[in-house]
Design a protein around this ligand. Structure first.
Ligand code: ANZ
Length: 957
C-alpha cells in the first residue's frame, strides 16, 4: 500500500492524515484552546469564578502526582499517567461534569541544589528552566490542563502557605480525649486555670518562660527535640532512615552514617496513628497500598510489664505476654537511660566469660558496646540474619510471674525508639532471642507447645517455635496459671492478672515514628521560626510570611571528614548573618526584640503535603483556600465520607511517605477547621511503568537503543551482537525516547493512543517504537472515513446507517463509555478500532451521525484530530464540551439467544433472551412464562438451577 511510501502517498493523496498534517492541526488547536480557556474549570466564587452553568454541574477533581522538574526533561515513560488522567478528565467533561485538572511542579529538591553547588548557578534559575522545558513538552501532548491553576512549590506565594501550615501545626496539640488537634492556646488556658494538671506538678504561673516552652514542646504537633538522627558528616546532612543503606551508609555517596543527637524539628504524626489507620477503610485505594500503609503504621496489641530491679522496675513492651514464664533474660537498648543506673561496679561472682565481652568491669563493657552500637543504623541493627551481639550489664531483674532472677543484657537488636526500649527475651518462641540465647548460652524454655514433632525440650531445638495457634505449657506460678490455654486466652488472662497486681497493662504500640522534618539544605522552604535570647522558639506572624530564602554565596552544607562522628551540621542558611540575626516585633506584645532564625529548611515532602488544596484557589492571598471552594471540589459527599480528590494517579513508589504525610496534614487542617475533608485523596490509582529494552555490548555497557538492528531474533550494534534485556527507560541506559521524537514522526494523538493502548493502565509494559505506527494507521483510517484524501472535502452523507452499522456503533458507544469510566483505555481503543474498521470495510461513504459519534468517541483519547474533524463536520463549537454519545439499548444487545427451560428434566419452553441476561433476571422470566406456569400446575418450587443465558432447570416441590 502507498502508506508505506510517504512521498508517493503525498502526491496521490495531498489531504491524507500525515505527521505534517498532525503537527499543523495539533499546534493550531492547542493555541485555540489556550486562547479560549477551553479547560478553565470555574470555581463557585473568587477570582476563578465563571460560568454558573458549569458550576451547577457535578464536579470531578482529577489529579496527577506532580513531577519534579528534572533538567533531563521527559521521556515517553513519564507522561503515561498524565495522558491517562487527561483522557479520563476529558471523558468526564463530556459526561456533564465540571472538571478540575491541572498540573504543578514539585520543585524544591536536591538535584538543582547539587547543580548549584557545582556551578554556583542559583537553583531557582535551573529549576525554572527545567519547568519551562517540561511545560512545553507537556503542552505538545495536548493535555487539557487549567493552566491558571498551575504553580510550583518554590513560588513564594505558594510556600508562604506551606510555612503558614507549619505555623498552624506548631501552634497546636493533640487532645487525646477529643481525638483531634486543638490550638495550643487552649492547652495553655487549661494549664493556667488548673483545669489540667501541669506536668511536674507546679502551677503554670510559677514556671519560667523556658520551662513553659519545654512543657508545651511535649505537646506541640511540630516540635524541636534532641533526637537520635542519622548524621552523615561526608554529606554534611542528616538522613531519613530510608536514605540509609542496610550496612549503615548513605544511599547517596556511600558515606558512613552515625547516630547522633541533634536538635531537629519533628512532626508528631504518631498522634494520628489510629486515625490514619482507621480512615484507610473509607478510601478507594489499591489494597496493596493500604496494606503497606497499615504495615508502616504497624499497630501491635500487647502489654507493658514491669520487671522489678533494685526497688525500681524496668518496663518492657511485649506482644506475647502469654510467654512470660518463658522469659529467661532481659535486653535493654544500649541507649536505654536506666543502663548506667543498674550497672554494678564489678561482675557478679561466677559471671560467664561469654557474657562479659572480655571486659574487666560491667561499666567498661557497656561503654565499649554503646560506642559500637552508635555507629549502626536501625535497619542494620534489626537485620534478621545477622549474628546477635550484646553484653551483660552485671544486673539481674525479677520475672514477676515466677520470682526468678534473670540477667539483664544490652544488645543492639533492641531499639530505643520502639516500645519501651526494653524487652523480656523468650528465646524458645522468638527467633532473635533464640539466636542470642544460643550465642550467650542462656536457658531456652518452651512455654508454647510446638505443633510439630520437635517436643517440648527446647534445648534440643534448631530454631524458635513462633506461633499464635498453639497451647501454653510450663506456665504456672503461685497465683496464676496459663497451662492449657490457647495463646489468645492466655494473653487475656495474664493481662488481667498483671493489671490486677498493678505491674502491667494491655497497650497498643505503633511502629510509626514521628516525622523528622529538618534538613541541612538550602533549596527548601525556610522555617517560619525564630529563637529569642532564651532559645525559645516563636512562630512568625502571618504578616511576615512568606519568609523568603535569602541569597547565599555557597549552597552546600559544610561537609566534614566522613569518618569524624564528632561533628555537627552547619547549614547554608546559618552562614548568612544578616539574615539569621534579626530584630523583629512579632506582635505578641513584647515589642521589637533580637531573634535568631531557624537555619534548617523543610524536607522535600512539605510542598507535596497539601498541593491538592492550592489548585482549588491558587491566587488567594488571604487564605490557603476559601472554605466554600474547598467544600465544592473536595468536601465529603455520598460514597466519599472523608471527601478528597476524586481520582489521584501516580506511581506505587509513593505508597507510604508522601501519601501518609499528605493524609496527616489534611487531618490537622481539618481538625483546626480550615478544610472540610479529613482525607486528601478519595480514589488512588497506580499506573504501571513504561519499561524499555536495554542493549548491552560484550563488556556489559549499554549501547544506544536507537542504533540497534534486529536480524533473525538477534540484535546488533555496529555489526557486533549485543544482549537485550528489559529495564528502566533513561539517559544512562541509552534507551530514552523523547515524546518529541514520536510527535515529529507521527503526531501527539498517535503517541497518546499508543501509550493508552499498550496494555491495562496499572500494568508495566515495554516500549516498542516500531509498534507506534499501528495507532497512526488507525488515525489515518479514521480521517479517511470522514475526509477525501484527494480533495480534502468531507465525505459523509446524510443517509440513515444500516442495521449492522447501527449495531456496531451502539455496541462501541456502550463499551467505550464503560471502559473510559473504568480507566480501561486499552480496551476502549480496541472498540473504537473495531468500529472504525467496520466502517472502512463497508466501503461506502459514512453516514453523518455515525461519523460524528465516532469522532466524539475518540475525542478524549485523540483530542486534536477529533477537534479538527468535528469542526470539519460543520460544528462551530469545540468538541471538548460536547456530550459523549449514549448508546441506544435496542442496538446494544446481540440478537437474542434461545434459552431452554426444563421442568423435571423435560423441555417445557424456549425463550428468546439477551445474551447478557443475568441469572436472576432469567429465572424471573422463566418462572413467569405461560408454558412453565402451566407445567408447574400450582406445584411449589424446590430448586431452580440457572445457567444464563441458555438453560433454566426447575425442580418442583
Ligand atoms: C516477648 C516475646 C515473645 C516477643 C515472643 C515476641 C515473641 P511487634 O509485633 O513488631 O510490635 N520488641 C519490643 N520492643 C522492642 C524493641 N524496642 N526493639 C526490638 N524488639 C522489641 O513486636 C513486638 C515484639 O518485639 C515484642 O514482643 C518484643 O518481643 C519485641 F515469643 O516480647 B516480644
Amino acid at each position: 500500500m502507498s502508506e508505506t511510501n510517504p512521498a508517493a502517498a503525498e502526491v496521490a493523496a495531498p489531504h491524507r492524515y500525515t505527521a505534517a498534517v498532525a503537527a499543523e492541526i495539533e499546534a493550531r488547536w492547542q493555541d485555540v484552546w489556550d486562547a479560549d480557556g477551553t479547560y478553565a474549570a470555574p470555581n463557585p466564587k473568587g477570582d476563578l469564578a465563571g460560568d454558573p452553568g458549569l458550576v451547577a454541574k457535578p464536579k470531578k477533581y482529577v489529579m496527577d502526582m506532580f513531577p519534579y522538574p528534572s533538567g533531563a526533561g521527559l521521556h515517553v515513560g513519564h507522561p503515561l499517567g498524565y495522558i491517562a488522567t487527561d483522557v479520563f478528565a476529558r471523558f468526564q467533561r463530556m459526561t456533564g461534569h465540571n472538571v478540575l485538572h491541572t498540573l504543578g511542579f514539585d520543585a524544591f529538591g536536591l538535584p538543582a541544589e547539587q547543580h548549584a553547588v557545582q556551578t554556583g548557578e542559583h537553583p531557582r534559575v535551573t529549576t525554572e528552566a527545567a519547568i519551562n522545558n517540561m511545560k512545553s513538552q507537556l503542552r505538545r501532548l495536548g493535555l487539557g490542563h487549567d493552566k491558571r491553576r498551575s504553580f510550583a512549590t518554590i513560588d513564594p506565594e505558594y510556600y508562604k502557605w506551606t510555612q503558614w501550615i507549619f505555623v498552624q501545626i506548631f501552634n497546636s496539640w493533640y487532645d487525646d480525649e477529643a481525638k483531634k488537634a486543638r490550638p495550643i492556646s487552649e492547652l495553655v488556658a487549661r494549664f493556667e486555670s488548673g483545669e489540667r494538671a501541669v506536668p511536674g506538678g507546679r502551677s503554670w504561673d510559677a514556671l519560667s518562660a523556658a520551662e513553659r516552652a519545654d512543657i508545651l514542646g511535649e505537646y506541640r504537633l511540630a516540635y524541636a527535640s534532641d533526637a537520635p538522627v542519622n548524621w552523615c558528616p561526608g554529606l554534611g546532612t542528616v538522613l531519613a532512615n530510608e536514605e540509609v543503606t542496610a550496612d549503615g551508609r548513605s544511599e547517596r555517596g556511600n558515606f558512613p552514617v552515625f547516630k547522633a543527637k541533634l536538635r531537629q524539628w519533628n512532626m508528631r504524626i504518631t498522634a494520628y496513628a489510629d486515625r490514619l489507620l482507621d480512615d484507610l477503610n473509607e478510601l478507594d485505594w489499591p489494597e496493596a497500598i493500604k496494606l503497606q500503609q497499615r504495615n508502616w503504621i504497624g499497630r501491635s496489641e500487647g502489654a507493658r510489664v514491669d520487671f522489678p530491679i533494685d526497688g525500681e522496675a524496668i518496663t518492657v513492651f511485649t506482644t506475647r505476654q502469654d510467654t512470660l514464664f518463658g522469659a529467661t533474660y532481659m535486653v535493654l537498648a544500649p541507649e536505654h537511660p536506666l543502663v548506667e543506673k543498674f550497672t554494678p561496679a564489678a561482675w557478679p561472682e561466677g559471671t560467664h566469660d561469654v557474657w562479659t565481652g572480655g571486659h574487666a568491669t560491667p561499666g567498661e563493657a557497656v561503654a565499649a558496646y554503646r560506642a559500637q552500637a552508635a555507629s549502626k543504623s536501625d535497619v542494620e541493627r534489626q537485620a534478621e540474619a545477622k549474628d546477635k551481639t550484646g553484653v551483660f550489664t552485671g544486673a539481674f531483674a525479677t520475672n514477676p510471674v515466677n520470682g526468678e532472677q534473670i540477667p539483664v543484657f544490652i544488645a543492639d537488636y533492641v531499639l530505643m525508639g520502639y516500645g519501651t526500649g526494653a524487652i523480656m527475651a523468650v528465646p524458645a518462641h522468638d527467633t532473635r532471642d533464640f539466636a542470642f540465647a544460643r550465642a550467650f548460652e542462656l536457658p531456652i524454655r518452651c512455654v508454647v507447645e510446638p505443633s510439630d514433632d520437635r517436643g517440648t525440650d527446647a534445648s534440643t531445638w534448631d530454631d524458635a517455635f513462633a506461633s499464635y495457634d498453639a497451647k501454653i505449657v510450663n506456665s504456672h506460678g503461685e497465683d496464676v496459671s496459663l497451662d492449657g490455654l490457647g495463646v489468645v486466652d492466655a494473653k487475656a488472662r495474664i493481662t488481667e492478672w498483671l493489671q490486677r497486681k498493678g505491674i502491667g497493662e494491655g497497650t497498643v504500640n505503633f511502629r510509626l515514628r514521628d516525622w523528622l522534618f529538618s534538613r541541612q539544605r538550602y533549596w527548601g522552604e525556610p522555617f517560619p521560626i525564630v529563637y529569642d535570647e532564651d532559645g525559645i522558639a516563636h512562630s512568625l506572624p502571618e504578616s511576615m510570611l512568606p519568609l523568603e530564602l535569602p541569597e547565599v554565596e555557597d549552597y552546600s552544607p559544610r561537609t566534614f571528614d566522613p569518618d569524624d562522628a564528632d561533628t555537627s551540621p552547619e547549614t547554608p542558611l546559618s552562614r548568612n548573618q544578616d539574615w539569621v540575626d534579626v530584630t523583629l516585633d512579632l506582635g505578641d506584645g513584647r515589642g521589637p526584640r533580637p531573634y535568631r532564625r531557624e537555619t534548617n529548611t523543610m524536607p522535600n515532602w512539605a510542598g507535596s503535603c497539601w498541593y491538592e488544596l492550592r489548585y482549588l484557589d491558587p491566587h488567594n492571598s488571604e487564605k490557603l483556600v476559601d472554605p466554600e471552594i474547598e467544600q465544592y471540589w473536595m468536601g465529603p459527599r455520598a460514597g466519599q465520607p472523608h471527601g478528597g480528590v476524586d481520582l489521584y494517579v501516580g506511581g506505587a513508589e509513593h505508597a507510604v511517605l508522601h501519601l501518609l504525610y499528605a493524609r496527616f496534614w489534611s487531618k490537622v487542617l481539618y481538625d483546626l477547621g480550615h478544610i472540610s475533608s479529613p482525607e486528601p485523596f478519595h480514589k488512588l490509582y497506580n499506573q504501571g511503568m513504561i519499561q524499555a529494552f536495554v542493549y548491552r555490548d560484550s563488556r556489559g555497557f549499554p549501547v544506544p537503543a536507537a542504533e540497534i538492528e534486529e536480524r533473525d531474533g538477534a540484535f546488533f550494534h555496529n555489526g557486533e551482537q549485543v544482549k537485550r534485556e528489559l529495564g528502566k527507560m533513561g539517559k544512562s541506559l541509552k534507551n530514552a525516547v523523547t515524546p518529541e521524537t514520536i510527535c515529529e514522526e507521527y503526531g501527539a494523538d498517535t503517541l497518546r493512543l499508543y501509550e493508552m493502548a499498550m496494555g491495562p493502565l496499572d500494568v508495566s509494559r515495554p516500549w516498542d517504537t516500531r509498534a507506534v505506527v499501528g495507532q497512526y494507521r488507525l488515525l489515518q483510517r479514521l480521517w479517511r472515513n470522514v475526509v477525501d484524501e484527494a480533495t480534502g472535502e468531507v465525505t459523509v452523507v446524510d443517509a440513515e446507517p444500516d442495521e449492522t452499522t447501527l449495531r456496531a456503533l451502539h455496541k462501541a458507544i456502550d463499551g467505550v463509555r464503560q471502559d473510559l469510566e473504568g480507566l480501561r483505555f486499552n480496551t476502549a481503543i480496541a472498540k473504537v478500532t473495531e468500529l472504525n474498521n467496520h466502517l472502512t470495510k463497508a466501503g461506502a461513504a459514512v453516514s453523518r451521525p455515525v461519523a460524528e459519534s465516532l469522532v466524539l468517541l475518540i475525542a478524549p483519547l485523540a483530542p486534536h484530530i477529533a477537534e479538527e474533524l468535528w469542526r470539519k463536520l460543520g460544528h462551530p463549537d469545540s468538541v471538548v464540551h460536547q456530550d459523549f454519545p449514549v448508546a441506544d439499548p435496542r442496538y446494544v444487545v446481540d440478537e437474542s439467544v434461545t434459552c431452554v427451560v426444563q421442568v423435571k428434566g423435560k423441555v417445557k419452553a424456549r425463550l428468546e433472551v439477551s445474551p447478557a441476561i443475568s441469572d436472576d433476571e432469567l429465572e424471573k422470566v422463566a418462572l413467569a412464562d405461560e408454558k412453565v406456569v402451566a407445567a408447574l400446575d400450582g406445584a411449589g418450587i424446590r430448586k431452580v438451577i440457572v445457567r444464563a443465558p441458555k438453560l433454566v432447570n426447575i425442580v418442583p416441590a
